[in-house]
Design a protein around this ligand. Structure first.
Ligand code: PLP
Length: 366
């Protein structure tokens, strides 16, 4: 069978592959904790489920406008006003099937061959593939612990070239949990002001922050950059709604129009029932998040402290999101590493180490 060049160039999502492995181990009766995909282990709050049940019972189970029903768009607009102090018109927002789909749409409507998108690393695994699927080139901009896993104005300025069309800012970040301060964003803004490039602000973890860190958005901080900023957000993470698949975009109305045209010819519309649930999530009782946040904060202490006790591991405290990003490089100079390296067959050392740890842990399960 001949397959398209596009599909042959991409690999399945590693995080989803790890979750599939966990599910298969659980099916065999093995008690395993899943640190694979980024998913709150809480249930969707009841009032959100009730809104979906009401929608079903009221027959709101038909096609909707491709970018979502007007009530959802209004809820998205009021969320941006309440949380980010940003004003959008109804034709500047659209709803999609999850934040991943929001990005996929954006890449498809904005980029062609020859276009480049700067992706600060470490990054959420899907960005580069979605950029490649649009025919464009992901330009990876590596960061290290030394800059707190964040890009600096100098790094940004050096990475921009005439083919650069956009830069992704994901704060707090998957997978490092690093978040940009107001000052850091203002400094980056000085570079953005000098170039005609788009800023993708991936705000999906904006509500999951610790130690009173306040999320800021570059569009709010620098009104001059609002027209160049496209914000992507979703109900998935903050409201424990990963399976409902509702994400949303705010930005330039021409971009929104093209995204909706693409949706009309690809998915028709995000699921009607989920749209009603998303309205409840965005406009309802926001304190539902508090319990989740308190649990995440406690787990952050346990996991970061625990990781730092392991020989060869070190881990900085994430500002937000629910990830820990340990440095494991020093493991590779420990005496036992040579055996692990030879025993496990993978091109990536981190996967070799993960497989070894999983196998070792199995010895302690009943
Ligand atoms: N952006 C980041 C940084 C993510 O980590 C994820 C999911 O893991 C998404 C966007 C997309 O989330 P979803 O499609 O579940 O709304």
């Amino acid at each position: 069978m001949k397959f398209s060049r596009r599909i042959l160039e991409i690999k399945p999502s590693t995080t989803l592959a790890i979750t599939a492995m966990v599910n298969s181990m659980r099916a065999q009766g093995i008690d395993v904790l899943d640190f694979g995909s980024g998913e709150p282990d809480f249930d969707t709050p009841q009032f959100i489920k009730d809104a979906a049940l009401d929608a079903m019972n009221e027959g709101k189970t038909k096609y909707t406008p491709s970018g979502g029903i007007p009530q959802l768009k209004k809820a998205i607009i009021s969320k941006f006003k309440r949380d980010n102090n940003l004003d959008y018109n109804i034709d500047e927002v659209t709803a999609n099937c999850g934040g991943k789909h929001s990005f996929y749409n954006l890449m498809q409507v904005l980029f062609d061959e020859g276009d480049e998108v700067i992706v600060p690393a470490p990054y959420w695994v899907s960005y580069p593939y979605m950029i490649s699927l649009a025919g464009a080139k992901p330009v990876i901009l590596p960061t290290t612990e030394a800059t707190g896993f964040k890009i600096t104005p100098e790094m940004l300025a050096n990475a921009i070239n005439p083919n650069t069309r956009a830069v992704i800012i994901n704060s707090p970040s998957n997978p490092t949990g690093a978040a940009y301060t107001e000052k850091e964003l203002l400094d980056l803004a000085e570079i953005f002001k000098k170039h005609d490039i788009l800023i993708f602000s991936d705000d999906i973890y904006e509500k999951i922050l610790y130690d009173n860190f306040k999320h800021r958005n570059i569009a709010e901080l620098v009104p001059k950059l609002k027209s160049k900023t496209i914000i992507v957000n979703a109900v998935s993470k903050p409201y424990a709604m990963t399976g409902w698949r509702i994400g949303y975009i705010a930005g330039d109305k021409e971009i929104i129009k093209h995204v909706e045209t693409l949706q009309s010819q690809s998915i028709s519309n995000p699921t009607s029932i989920s749209q009603y649930a998303a309205i409840a999530a965005l406009t309802g009782d926001q304190t539902a998040l508090d319990n989740m946040l308190a649990a995440f904060a406690k787990r952050r202490e346990i996991i970061v402290n625990g990781l730092n006790e392991i020989e060869g591991f070190s881990c900085t405290k994430p500002d937000g999101a629910f990830y820990a990003f340990p440095r494991i490089k020093d493991v590779y100079s420990l005496p036992g590493w040579k055996n692990i390296e030879q025993e496990y067959n993978d091109e990536s050392n981190s996967i070799k180490l993960s497989s070894y740890l999983l196998k070792e842990a199995m010895k302690y399960t009943t």
